[in-house]
Design a protein around this ligand. Structure first.
Ligand SMILES: C[S@@+](CC[C@H](N)C(=O)[O-])C[C@H]1O[C@@H](n2cnc3c(N)ncnc32)[C@H](O)[C@@H]1O
Length: 348
């Protein structure tokens, strides 16, 4: 089951999340009973302890980290450790106290801390976060690393005649993957698409300084295949962290995920493969020869994808499965090969 987990000292986390649209304004902040503020004023350190305790009592996951991140954010920092002892021992102003109350009440309503503080780090980027756009997870940092390593090691694979690296990302969310690739590869051009206007808007907002090499489109890969093919041809890399949960697993999600993130970012249909199959069906028309597809998937998916591609997509060859840091098979790599090359490989 996808968990919600924050890691200390470094702002990245280990989960998948979802939520109905438009929560920010309406349903987001439930009225929750909050702790009694001690009479008089309160210091930042006292606030951290107070909210840790209260989050724990109210069953909020990761109470310590939630409190630490929110109070650090309140004081304009990323982590409590980066604030001097002096700042932490000062009394909070009435304005800060009121703001603290507002932010912590949101967390009490089970809003993910990333939405509460409205930003999160992904590799070397700090991205704006807004519900219901999917919050990037740490395993996706591994997917980016995998693509970068491959592109650096195999500089010839799938590159266009002009020597230009081009990439298509299906389902860009906040822009985490596309923007990380653009930041690390100054020669890269990326087309990013998402079915959600919220995601497209957030990717554009997060693209500061990288927008010259990025095109973002609101497109549904299931419905707008023709438009996609008219925009994207001869691409060297196709990357996606698509919705891949099995529909039946949606009911087991943590409240943080279920209530706040876009279900369309998570639910991959009965077998979790709905969007993945469409991406792989279109891939031969999108990729240049030897161009590669990199997918983040559920650990049950790699053998299913391999079998399905062998039967259904003539010009795609399954290259390999890679494991994440916890040893689970999470990433699939496929390559476009013309049928003649494919048969030649079989004979060799
Ligand atoms: C798991 S999220 C990944 C977001 C981002 N790439 C990341 O890793 O943080 C999947 C994304 O795919 C988008 N998506 C889902 N179905 C889609 C479709 N049919 N066409 C285009 N995008 C889709 C969702 O809106 C969501 O932003």
């Amino acid at each position: 089951m996808w968990r919600f987990s924050l890691s200390a000292g470094y702002r990245g986390f280990v989960c998948r999340i979802v939520g109905p649209k438009g929560l920010w304004g309406s349903r987001v902040v439930h009225t929750c009973s909050a702790p009694a503020i001690p009479a008089g004023r309160i210091t930042a350190l006292q606030a951290v302890d107070l909210w840790k305790k209260h989050f724990a009592e109210r069953g909020v996951m990761e109470p310590d980290h939630s409190s630490l991140y929110i109070i650090a954010h309140l004081l304009g920092a990323k982590t409590i450790e980066s604030l001097g002892q002096e700042n932490l021992s000062e009394f909070l102003s009435p304005e800060k106290t009121e703001q603290m109350w507002k932010l912590c009440s949101r967390r009490l309503s089970r809003m993910p801390v990333q939405y509460v503080i409205e930003e999160w780090d992904f590799r070397d980027l700090t991205l704006k976060m807004r519900p219901p756009v999917f919050i990037p997870r740490p395993e996706t940092e591994e997917l980016v690393e995998l693509v970068l390593t491959d592109l650096e090691m195999k500089p010839g694979s799938g590159i266009g005649a002009d020597g230009q690296h081009t990439c298509l990302e299906v389902g860009c969310g906040s822009g985490a993957i596309s923007l990380s690739l653009l930041k690390s590869l100054p020669q890269l051009k990326v087309t990013a698409l998402d079915q959600s206007q919220d995601a497209v808007d957030l990717t554009r907002e997060n693209a500061l300084g990288l927008q010259d090499r990025l095109q973002v489109h609101r497109l549904d890969v299931m419905k707008d295949a023709e438009t996609l093919l008219s925009l994207c041809r001869h691409v060297s890399t196709l990357v996606s962290n698509p919705p891949y949960l099995f529909s039946e697993d949606m009911t087991t999600l943590e409240p943080e995920i279920f209530l706040f993130e876009d279900h369309a970012a998570l639910d991959g249909g009965k077998d979790g493969l709905k969007v993945i199959k469409q991406i792989l069906t279109l891939a031969p028309q999108i990729l240049s020869n030897h161009g590669r597809v990199y997918l983040e998937v559920d650990p049950r998916h790699p053998p299913l994808i391999q079998q399905w591609v062998e039967v259904n997509v003539e010009e795609m060859r399954y290259v390999e499965t890679r494991h994440d840091i916890t040893g689970r098979p999470r990433f699939c790599i496929l390559r476009k090969e013309t049928s003649t090359e494919y048969h030649k490989l079989d004979l060799d």
